[in-house]
Write a protein that binds this ligand. Sequence first.
Ligand code: SF4
Length: 262
Amino acid sequence: MIERERNSERGRGTAEKTDGKIEKSVGMIKEAVERHGEHIAVGWSGGRASTTVLRMALNIDSKIKAIFENTGVEYPETVAFIKRMTKEWGVNLIEVHPTINFWEIVKKYGYPQIRTQKNRVPKCCYHLKEKPLKDALKAFDVNALVDGIQMCESHMRFMVIKYRGESYYQKTWGIWKYHPIATWTKDQLTEYIMENNIPQNEAYAKYKIERTGCWPCTGYISWENVMVKTNPKFYSLLKEKMGSRTLDHYYQSQVAPCRGGG
Ligand code: SF4
């Protein structure tokens, strides 16, 4: 059996298990590309979901733009992965950078806080991501973005998809948004990645993390669990600066006395 046939059989296996989700996702990207032509781009973070969506989009239009928001505090493996895949896949990459860096933001506004109804976009996210992205969309005449967000990732993402759907016009940004793998489960994504040999950002294996992104981020619930693994030295320093627990306290807190059983 030739390799193409084998791949196609493997693909069929996944399609069955995903109940037609792959076809639906590919169909959404195809329609979006036909509708927006050269004004569409893929939001590419270097994470497994957006890399999968980028691969799907490249199969449809090899010239499609990909926007990487390099916040300046990405894992080095992420930056290396973006560079490597851009070369290997011939990605039409737009890399955007903020005009103020993370440490200047911390000095001015403090460490990032968890998003709330009142504080939907922390100052840090605004300066390192939102503003540079908005500027790039304007500069490159992009009016539609395809990304790899999934409902299963967080409550916030679940609510966004539930209320807005998998594609919609975002008035405040003046662009169309497409979330082709929004309803995929984590397992479905993993299976698709394996069956289609989609390369992985080395940061996942190196730090044993579930998500890539800004390494010093303190703006989400489990940031301590992540940072203590990815950068224990910095975690200790940070906690000392914050005037609270040290790394030893963190490890002690993981021995949960109320977790009964045997
Ligand atoms: S994810 Fe965290 S560190 Fe990165 S820009 Fe947003 S708030 Fe800042």
